[in-house]
Design a protein around this ligand. Structure first.
Ligand code: ATP
Ligand code: SKM
Ligand code: MG
Length: 528
């Protein structure tokens, strides 16, 4: 709440600088100037300082003295500037993070990554005499090589698509100063609005969320008793629902609507959803509909919710006949991810969330897939990167018109398995893991399917189905009721040409589908 009242008159921190980093053409110079103007200070543009010191433009230095000479000067000058800075607004050159000295010096400051799409970067940077923006293929390769470096250094990740993003994000960036050390901010964008996503440790009690009015808490009977009183804020009421997917129903939603009315919740208040995907989806749906819509702050406490369901604004409840069949798009006003809450997550729940981590990494490809395929436990950085991957997709297509459907990888068969087993036999993530295996078979990705099956099995996730327990014909039939289907059209599948190359809207023949689902029953002997 402080963040909101400070928004009109921002105060530049006096103990740390705001430093823009990112690839060529991301808009670092532009954004830094815009902020500096707002604060009434001079911007420190590293490239301009280097050029000044050289007494010549950077491209001439590259041509006459070579890149190594430029890098040496960059390290010395920028390293010193950052090591001695107490405040200010900086813009660094695109390659500055190659220097370990500069990376270390950034630790004392707030590093803001302007996250630019490589094609946009090329359009902005090419043809302007920049020495590393001459060949499109080399430009792309450099971009991919540098990405992990930028992500690792960033305290804040801000999409670079619009010049005014920084204005809306600034209060949340400034709020980081009071957050526990190591807290990171991801700025989520969508057609219907932007919001901050904070990821870190010990965040339940932090006052980060820029939402006004009274908070009404919705949680479940497992999470509430454990974490509700750590929220460190006054709540007007706490509404506890029973845990479990079978309670993600219209009946439960009605009970919550009624309780909110009885407790006097108004349009100027907000909901706080504390729990896993069931609480988040249900409370989000209640927030979308109660008095035609009130804000909701999502505080996800399961891995599934922290890497996937808390972001992107899909809310809803299940019908007995189909998953998530009634709902609304309703973006959260903020998401606060406290990874410490995962320490009490039951093993099976953590495993179920892991299936969504694998799904997201397959969609992202690149360094996220490389990290996940090692089988390492998902940490705060992996969670952050999963959120970033999902939100980049949502930013392009909030309402599932096309590209967002890639997020459904593994979900068409997964949802059908959940429905056929009455939402009681499998956790959502467990069903998604099985659905991923079917999707990889349908994609002809046999080696990748084996690799993914091994990752899932290592977490104790099911990689086969007992046909005596689950009616596979019914699973095939239930896929035909998938919400992604349009009248008169077959159900669209998401297939994968390889990590980082998901293809939505694919058609799959009945026989192929039957075979891929049938195969889930034939690979017995793995974990079940
Ligand atoms: N959000 C934006 N939308 C559209 N154009 C932008 C945006 N931000 C910057 N630009 C334009 O893109 C070009 C590159 O911007 P800028 O010089 O700020 O990038 P930079 O990150 O500092 O790049 P470099 O690393 O090459 O110094 C400029 O022409 C700028 O006006
Ligand atoms: O990306 C890079 O390596 C560079 C980016 C520019 O900002 C300049 O610092 C220089 O052209 C090198
Ligand atoms: Mg610049």
């Amino acid at each position: 709440m402080d963040a909101v009242s400070d928004a009109a008159k921002p105060v530049l921190p006096d103990d740390r600088a705001l430093v823009f980093v990112g690839f060529m053409g991301a808009g670092k110079t532009t954004a830094a100037r815009r902020l500096a103007r707002r604060f009434g200070v001079e911007v420190v543009d590293a490239d301009a300082r280097i050029s000044e010191r050289l007494g010549m433009p950077i491209d001439r230095c590259f041509a006459e003295q070579g890149e190594a000479a430029f890098r040496a000067l960059e390290e010395e000058l920028v390293g010193e500037l950052l090591e001695t800075a107490r405040g200010g607004v900086f813009s660094l050159g695109g390659g500055a993070l190659h220097s370990e000295r500069i990376r270390n010096a950034l630790r004392g400051h707030t590093t803001i990554l302007l996250d630019v799409d490589v094609n946009v970067a090329w359009e902005r940077a090419a043809g302007r005499g920049r020495p590393l923006a001459r060949d499109p293929q080399e430009f792309r390769e450099l971009y991919l090589r540098r990405r992990p470096m930028y992500m690792a250094a960033a305290d804040v990740v801000l999409p670079a698509d619009r010049r005014d993003r920084i204005d809306a994000a600034l209060p949340s960036i400034l709020a980081l100063a009071d957050a526990p050390a190591g807290t990171r901010l991801l700025w989520a964008t969508s057609a219907s609005g932007d919001y901050p996503v904070f990821v870190g440790r010990g965040l339940l009690g932090a006052t980060l969320s820029p939402v006004g009015g009274n908070g009404f808490l919705v949680t479940d009977d497992q999470v509430g008793p454990r974490y509700a009183d750590r929220l460190g804020r006054e709540l007007a009421a706490t509404i506890e629902i029973p845990a479990g997917e079978t309670n993600k129903s219209l009946q439960t939603a009605e009970q919550v609507w009624i309780a909110l009315g009885e407790h006097g919740m108004t349009q100027s208040d907000h909901l706080v959803a504390l729990g896993g995907g069931v609480v988040g989806d249900l409370a989000g749906f209640v927030a979308a509909t109660y008095q035609r819509g009130v804000p909701v702050v999502q505080i996800p406490t399961t891995l599934v919710a922290q890497v996937d369901s808390a972001y992107g604004g899909k809310t809803g409840v299940d019908l007995p006949s189909a998953k998530n069949y009634v709902g609304a798009y309703h973006q959260p006003s903020a998401v606060v991810v406290d990874v410490d809450t995962l320490s009490t997550l039951p093993r099976e729940e953590a495993a179920a969330g892991y299936a969504e981590v694998v799904k997201t990494a397959l969609i992202a490809g690149g360094h996220l897939w490389e990290r996940v395929r090692t089988g390492a436990d998902p940490d705060a950085d992996t969670i952050f990167e999963c959120a970033r991957t999902k939100l980049a997709v949502v930013a392009m297509d909030e309402r599932d018109g096309g590209v967002r459907q890639v997020l459904n990888l593994g979900h068409t068969v997964g949802h059908a398995i959940e429905t056929v087993t009455g939402y009681a036999r499998y956790r959502h993530g467990e069903a998604v893991g099985l659905g991923l295996l079917a999707a990889l078979r349908l994609s002809g990705q046999d080696e990748l399917r084996d690799e993914v099956a091994a990752l899932l099995a290592a977490r104790g996730l099911p990689v086969w189905i007992d046909p005596a327990e689950v009616d596979l014909d019914a699973v095939v039939a239930a896929t035909a009721r998938d919400k992604k289907r349009r009248t008169g059209q077959p159900v669209p599948f998401v297939l994968l040409d390889g990590p980082g190359a998901a293809r939505p809207g694919c058609q799959v023949g009945d026989e192929e589908l039957r075979a891929a689902v049938g195969e889930l029953a034939q690979t017995g002997g793995g974990a079940s």
